[in-house]
Design a protein around this ligand. Structure first.
Ligand code: PLP
Length: 426
């Protein structure tokens, strides 16, 4: 697999290089020269999830890694269920939260950890990643205990629920956590800044596990195929798929799936009040505003870093622009969506509720669709308990970290203390 830097097309890299570099020159995103096209989609959809995922990822990676290695990576990474459940007449939910840290980020993080472990071999690496919650947990869990990798997770202090934080700040060993006195965008900027420091990058072999890493995106393609495979058992049309979006990695993966030949009617890019993309899709003006804090805080992103990839896919495939429809769902609408889902006996959480509302707002009579359930409701227990007047039980994954002490260090949103920590604190 060959990729190029969207900012400097002359920078060409292999998949292995792209995984280990994360970003290209000038923070450019790596993008594949070609998107493999699958034929016989019906036969592919009939395969079981793991077998099908080997075939999908093999289409991208077998030329470089060999199919046997791809098979091993998939076997280790994808070891949990992906149910598509009935919600109401027009909507189903693909539940992506049955992995070890109860969010869809387990797919990307686990596959990436497998890739990095395979590609780095004996070399010592540092993974630096910013999180608004779920990435930190998924990456920390996926890399925990690997001797050749140090993980440093930055998160906005006070902007993530305590329980969420505990999923990654209580581990210790090779997992280091820093609470930054600012918001998620600032954390993301610090990561980008670190990548621009070529001396630092070289000295500690810096890598990022953010959704800018191509290995994460490729892994996520697999569950879109699973969604359509299960959907087609119930409906004979192509689904509308609503994606609760923050950094737009998830939507990017969905578009890759469609480009590979997966039948999808269109995508709904559902955001919360951080609505840079829905506004852009209406008036063509890219005008990020300040990040606002919402109930669906994993989507509190004003400058989604994967957006250039979305545009690159649409351009490459020459799709009409209606293939991605933007909807912004505000706090009141999110609340109503949560309540409405609970009334029809589907207990959800704010991110999925945004996607469910976006799907209802976009789809027309006669269209059927699904929204992505990106996190387990208990991960957002404080909001769900308050809004639905319930007291959710903690699943075992959360109960076991709830009483452990938080090991995070607090730093200012400034590059100097971060650089210092990376050189001297690990
Ligand atoms: C990360 C996350 C999102 C946003 O996904 P992107 O790929 O960044 O668009 C949505 N929901 C949850 C629960 C998340 O953790």
């Amino acid at each position: 697999m060959q990729l190029y830097n969207l900012k400097h097309p002359s920078q060409q890299v292999s998949f292995s290089e792209a995984v280990l570099l994360g970003l290209g020159q000038d923070r450019g995103l790596f993008f594949p020269n070609e998107i493999p096209r699958l034929h016989n989609i019906d036969a592919i959809l009939a395969l079981p999830f793991v077998e099908r995922s080997k075939l999908i990822l093999g289409a991208w990676l077998a030329d470089e890694l060999g199919q046997e290695v791809v098979d091993q990576l998939v076997d280790h990474a994808f070891n949990f269920n992906v149910p598509l459940v009935h919600v109401d007449k027009q909507r189903m939910c693909l539940e992506l939260f049955h992995g070890p840290t109860l969010a869809f980020k387990d797919f990307g993080a686990r596959f990436m950890a497998q890739c990095v472990n395979h590609l780095a071999a004996d070399k010592k690496l540092t993974i630096l990643t910013a999180t608004s919650g779920d990435t930190g947990a998924a990456v920390a869990d996926a890399f925990y205990g690997l001797d050749n990798v140090n993980v440093v997770v930055l998160f906005p202090q006070g902007k993530i629920s305590e329980l969420q934080q505990k999923m990654f700040t209580t581990l210790g060993k090779n997992i280091h956590t820093l609470a930054v006195k600012s918001d998620f965008d600032a954390c993301q900027d610090l990561v980008k800044h670190a990548f621009e420091d070529s001396q630092l990058r070289h000295d500690i072999s810096l890598n990022s596990a953010n959704s800018i890493n191509i290995s994460r995106l490729l892994a996520q393609i697999c569950y879109y195929f699973e969604a359509v495979a299960q959907f087609k058992k119930v409906h004979d049309c192509d689904p509308v798929i609503s994606v609760p979006s923050g950094n737009f990695g998830n939507l990017t993966a969905g578009l890759f799936a469609k480009a590979m030949g997966l039948p999808v009617n269109y995508f709904v890019a559902a955001t919360n009040s951080n609505d840079t993309v829905p506004r852009y899709l209406v008036d063509g003006q890219w005008q990020p505003q300040r990040t606002v804090a919402t109930m669906s805080n994993a989507m509190d992103v004003a400058e989604p870093s994967n957006w250039p990839r979305v545009e690159a896919i649409v351009a490459m495939m020459q799709w009409p622009k209606e293939v991605v429809r933007g909807v912004a769902v505000d706090e009141q609408q999110t609340r109503e969506s949560l309540l409405q889902l609970a009334q029809i006996d589907y207990q959800s959480e704010p991110h999925a509720a945004v996607a469910a509302a976006g799907l209802a707002m976009c789809s027309k009579e006669g269209e059927y669709g699904l929204f992505l359930g990106t996190a387990h409701p208990a991960k957002f227990k404080d909001v769900v308990d308050r809004e639905l007047a319930v007291n959710l039980a903690l699943p075992k994954e959360l109960a076991k970290v709830a009483t452990k002490p938080c090991l995070a260090k607090v730093i200012d949103a400034d590059f100097t203390p971060l650089r210092d920590y990376l050189y001297n604190g690990l």
